[in-house]
Design a protein around this ligand. Sequence first.
Ligand SMILES: [Zn+2]
Ligand SMILES: [Zn+2]
Length: 258
Amino acid sequence: MKLFDSHCHLNDPKFKKDLEEVIERAKDNSVAHVIVVGYDLKSSRKAIELAHQYEDFIRAAVAIHPHDAKTVTEESLTELKELAKDPFVVAIGETGLDYYKNYSPKEDQIRVFIEHIKIANEIGKPVILHIRDAFEDAFKNLEGHPVKEKGVFHCFSGGPDEAQRAVEIGFYVSFSGTITFNSKKLEEAALKTPDEKILIETDAPYLTPVPKRGRRNEPAYVYFVAKKIAEIKGKPIEEIASTTFRNALDLFKIKKWS
Ligand SMILES: [Zn+2]
Ligand SMILES: [Zn+2]
């Protein structure tokens, strides 16, 4: 069995001390590949550095998180676009809208979200979306500014209707450890999403799945996300693993690893 953790933050300082061991444990637990996702310029640079260092295991995504939208300037967008051109960068993300935390004003979040879509379209890469309590505005802006290479709703937090809308516009839906938290809404969303449109992720170091709650999350635990989706769908975990693995290769256009 091969698992693909489509979203983690091995660029987070929480992994500084034991990154080698974390990667070894992931490999020991059938995780063949991961995407390391940036959330500001520094972490985006770090994601690229890790992808070059662990060429057989990591690819990168670069972006400035909606939380920090209010800090984004013309200069930071120019640098982001330069970073995005690196051949090991497979997506622009995480970008999107977070009205739950609302760390940046909505107008800034929308402006920066659209700027990220423009970069994705200019360089021909998909987007990784972080959307919280903002599905209406997200769909509205994706309609007004379609992403050519599509993308994924990461750490999906909507219900079956939002999952269906995501699939209708050609996007993937990625489930994280939150799918193991006994949420009817998320389970219905997973049931509504066709297997060919599902990705799995840890979002490590955050959102540790059951039964590992209480510790730092890491890519090795993506197994528990796959297992839960297999249970919900009434299918063998091997089937969910191989479908979501193929989906990740397709979305991120990774040929070398297939
Ligand atoms: Zn996120
Ligand atoms: Zn994340």
